[in-house]
Design a protein around this ligand. Structure first.
Ligand SMILES: [Zn+2]
Length: 60
């Protein structure tokens, strides 16, 4: 048998203090709108990621 899934990151890190090792908050500045946002995520402010608009916020 082969394990179906890896452990989640949280599960692996919690095992032996691994959850304290990384920097608490990683942030980047969105090149589109200049807001502080989380890397590798769509910007919550303007909906852009890597120069493309993934989420349209124009309907608000
Ligand atoms: Zn943005």
């Amino acid at each position: 048998m082969v394990p179906k899934r890896k452990h989640t990151r949280a599960r692996s890190r919690k095992r032996r203090g691994g959850h304290m090792k990384m920097s608490p908050v990683a942030t980047i500045i969105c090149p589109k709108c200049g807001e502080t946002t989380v890397p590798h995520r769509i910007c919550p402010s303007c909906g852009n990621y890597k120069g493309k608009e993934f989420v349209s916020l124009e309907e608000q």
